[in-house]
Design a protein around this ligand. Structure first.
Ligand code: C5P
Length: 399
């Protein structure tokens, strides 16, 4: 891969010397590198060596008249395909996670809409500290990619994770991030996942055993394939995959509202285990155990899959799920017609299968053309295969 524009931010760490080598390797591979050197970074490498290696001028100062008139902080990130922080110090991570903008590097980071790759380098205790780990998790949620840190002997004499990744590893991570756009680039996707919670009173609710894992895996695979992906999720205990926009809801009605506000989209995948019923009324106070409640009055919830399939802004492709415990395929075929969706992913969720909450799934893809029986796969692989099939179908319908 050649010819990408990298904005390299060099923080203050002893590993900064490796960034000189990183610039050399990137140049050898045909990329252009423009460097921002932080004040602390300038204690470890000189602007002169960076300018000599990159063949570009080096940017250091947010308030420099010459820097700002020739290439402002917004323009610096706009003119790049990827922003790389190497070494990414604990301070740079904290600044980006907190949205600070008090020097050129943090301002460029806050202003960028380009992919960001961090190669952290710091003392092992600093890396392991709750604050840095909290910042790492925040940055990952915001879509920042990481390479390293590696484990090893450190400049301070300690041993553990904290060493910056080697220049070759950083080059490989950069090129993976810049790889050709996925088959769903330019498309938008909506995925529902998880259970819904339907409140009875302020402390009790009706729910089900859905873990959200299959829906999350599908959203992750669609995003990985390049789709702009929104995941509308009921309450689950798992983290959102990278690059997915997460909207958390509790009830079926909230889920429907979130889905409708995401329209129009090219594809919708309804993997949520939406409660079909909700208590007719939610008690404002906790229901007392001696209250005479022999029967629970329920009322039907909206059917999100049917609403999306039959709505005015129908996505080009609508995929539903059918979790069944018997006659899986026949029930799923009926469901495809009844709901008006294009495909149904059918699976057997009898307790013996271990699908509910488990890592694997055995599904049948039911389309207008017939039934495909997929082998038992882990839920990640089911997601990737489904994303590939979706890409194929959308390409054919667009052609
Ligand atoms: O009718 P049933 O619940 O078996 O249909 C399952 C499919 O319909 C799943 O795709 C599920 O996400 C969707 N569904 C929905 N809203 C409901 C009930 C089911 O979107 N209220």
């Amino acid at each position: 891969m050649h010819g990408n524009r990298i904005l390299l931010i060099i923080g203050g760490g002893i590993a900064a010397y490796k960034s000189l080598e990183l610039i050399r390797r990137l140049k050898e591979r045909g990329h252009t590198v423009r460097a921002i050197l932080t004040k602390a970074g300038a204690e470890f490498v000189t602007p002169l060596s960076l300018a000599a290696l990159s063949g570009e001028r080096v940017f250091q100062d947010l308030f420099s008249l010459t820097d700002e008139s020739e290439m402002g902080h917004i323009q610096l990130s706009r003119a790049a395909d990827l922003v790389v922080l190497a070494p990414a110090t604990a301070d740079l991570m904290a600044k980006m996670a907190g949205g600070h903008a008090n020097d050129l590097a943090s301002t460029a980071l806050l202003a960028t809409d380009k992919p960001v790759l961090m190669a952290p380098a710091m003392n092992v205790r600093m890396w392991n500290s709750p604050a840095t780990q909290r910042n790492r998790a925040t940055l990952e949620r915001d879509g920042v990619a990481f390479v390293g840190p590696n484990e090893g002997e450190m400049a301070c004499g300690e041993f553990g994770p904290g060493r910056m990744a080697e220049p070759d590893e950083i080059v490989a991570a950069i090129e993976t991030l810049l790889a050709a756009p996925g088959p769903l680039a330019g498309m938008s996707a909506l995925v529902t996942a998880g259970p819904t919670h339907e409140p009875l009173d302020p402390v009790r609710y009706i729910a089900n055993r859905s873990s959200g894992r299959q829906g999350y895996a599908i959203a992750g695979a669609l995003a990985e394939a390049g789709a702009d992906t929104m995941l509308v999720s009921g309450p689950v205990a798992i983290a959102a995959p990278p690059r997915v926009k997460l909207v958390q809801v509790e009830t079926a009605r909230e889920m429907l509202a979130a889905c409708e506000s995401a329209l129009p989209v090219d594809v919708a995948v309804c993997a949520a285990a939406v409660a079909d019923w909700r208590p007719e009324a939610m008690a404002n106070q906790k229901i007392k155990k001696n209250a005479a409640h022999s029967a629970l009055k329920l009322t039907a919830n909206p059917d999100i899959l049917r609403t999306l399939s039959q709505g005015a802004q129908r996505p080009s492709l609508v995929v539903g799920f059918a979790a069944e415990t018997e006659n899986v395929i026949a029930h799923a075929q009926e469901k495809r017609l009844a709901k008006g969706c294009d495909w149904i992913v059918a699976n057997d969720v009898s307790p013996v299968t271990g699908v509910m909450g488990g890592a694997n799934n055995t599904v049948h893809l039911i389309t207008a053309k017939g039934v495909e029986n997929w082998p038992e796969l882990d839920k990640g692989e089911v997601g990737r295969r489904l994303a590939a099939r979706i890409a194929q179908a959308l390409k054919t319908s667009a052609a």
